[in-house]
Design a protein around this ligand. Structure first.
Ligand SMILES: Nc1ncnc2c1ncn2[C@@H]1O[C@H](COP(=O)(O)OP(=O)(O)O)[C@@H](O)[C@H]1O
Ligand SMILES: [Mg+2]
Length: 370
């Protein structure tokens, strides 16, 4: 550890309760309940290059998600043994858990080419028809955010998935004719952060659904150590664990926080990252011990103080904190549920005892988790 690092760092050693002091109620009191962009698991365009360099390239290199890896390994090996294209695969789960990475690995493991597109890019059936008719036998077609595909494209996809055939409509009105086109046998890999938004017929046509889960801190620590190795960083194991534990169970966030910590260490600690440096850096970047940010805390605050602990709908909560419902539903809520603060019920979201305590209040008798 560089000496001058020690001296300078103390300037940043904020009181122990600093992250907590910036806690619940802040949204109403002072700063707006904005999302800390570092903790938003969705990717940014500037980040994509560095992410590409960090992607594991094989199933064995992929850390965590043991169940999904085992299942996929069987699906792929079975298909390879029978020399056929494997079943279509749906990768479901919150952003940043490795769905795109896994799609690339599937193609890699099959020795196939990967064609990538996304639901929002498939506005018209013709967009999809162009993509499908250019596929070669055995190709893997990856459709990211598949729940956002336009309806006509989705209907065309049903037939392509099932029969490797599509009908292209030529002309308009009574004179329109449909021309059948054969599609080379391919494997569709779809990714979605909202599997509930997929229509039944689409979901039914996937032979296998891989449900990606938030990572345990132990696995995330390995992700951080791996990234530090690739980027040639000087990082201690307990610093890696510290970063991992605040990363919302999400590799994308872990890698991003690691880069923030490296910036801090380069300036204040001669590039050496021990646990103290990591902690000081994370305080500077406004990341609390549980990886919650102001928006999460505002959502909890609204649920507990504004709605008596619920049940309340996600859109009501989103309105209360001034965020897009999709952000609250895809980014905040899954992690609050996983952290045991929010329970989903048929009538809406409910604050658990832990959320009440987090808000500094005594949980009512009927709070879940008591
Ligand atoms: N299991 C893993 N092991 C190592 N790195 C991972 C793992 N899963 C994801 N990552 C990293 O996290 C980042 C985000 O992964 P990505 O596949 O883009 O997530 P998603 O498509 O689910 O949003 C990538 O940089 C990737 O390298
Ligand atoms: Mg992705």
């Amino acid at each position: 550890m560089a000496k001058n690092g020690d001296i300078e760092r103390t300037e940043f050693a904020l009181p122990d309760d600093a992250p907590r002091a910036a806690g619940l109620g802040e949204g109403a009191a002072g700063k707006p309940p904005v999302r800390n962009p570092d903790l938003d698991a969705r990717t940014t365009s500037e980040e994509q290059d560095v992410e590409t360099s960090l992607r594991p390239k094989s199933l064995t290199e992929f850390i965590g998600q043991k169940k999904v890896r085992q299942q996929l390994d069987l699906v792929l090996s079975g298909a390879r043994a029978r020399n056929v294209a494997p079943d279509h695969v749906l990768l479901a789960g919150p952003p940043g858990l490795g769905k795109t990475t896994m799609a690339m690995i599937i193609a890699q493991e099959l020795g196939s080419s990967l064609r990538m597109t996304s639901g929002p890019a498939l506005e018209r059936a013709g967009d999809l028809a162009a993509m499908l008719s250019n596929l070669m036998e055995g190709d893997v077609l990856f459709i990211d955010e598949i729940h956002r595909m336009a309806r006509p494209a989705e209907e065309m996809l049903y037939m392509a998935m099932e029969d490797f055939r599509i009908d292209v409509i030529v002309g308009k009105g009574p004179g329109a004719t449909s021309i059948p086109i054969e599609i080379a046998p391919f494997t569709l890999v779809g990714a979605t952060t909202r599997s509930g938004m997929l229509t039944g017929p689409l979901r039914d046509r996937f032979g296998f659904t891989a449900q990606m889960e938030f990572y345990e801190t132990e696995d995330l620590t390995r992700v951080v150590m791996r990234t530090a190795g690739i980027l040639n960083m000087n990082l201690s194991a307990d610093a890696a664990a510290e970063i991992a534990s605040r990363s919302r169970g999400t590799p994308r966030i872990a890698n991003r926080l690691l880069r923030r910590v490296r910036d801090f260490a380069d300036v204040y600690a001669g590039g050496v990252i021990d646990v103290k440096v990591a902690q000081s850096a994370l305080v500077v970047f406004d990341v609390d011990e549980q990886g919650l940010d102001r928006l999460d805390r505002a959502v909890l605050d609204s649920l507990v103080r504004g709605h008596g602990g619920g049940p309340v709908g996600v859109s009501t909560l989103a309105l209360a904190v001034g965020e897009e419902p999709s952000t609250v539903e895809e980014v905040c809520e899954p992690y609050l549920v996983r952290a045991g603060m929010v329970a989903r019920t048929p009538r809406g979201r409910v604050a658990t005892a832990q959320a009440w305590r987090h808000a500094g209040l005594i949980p009512p008798d009927n709070a879940p988790g008591l």
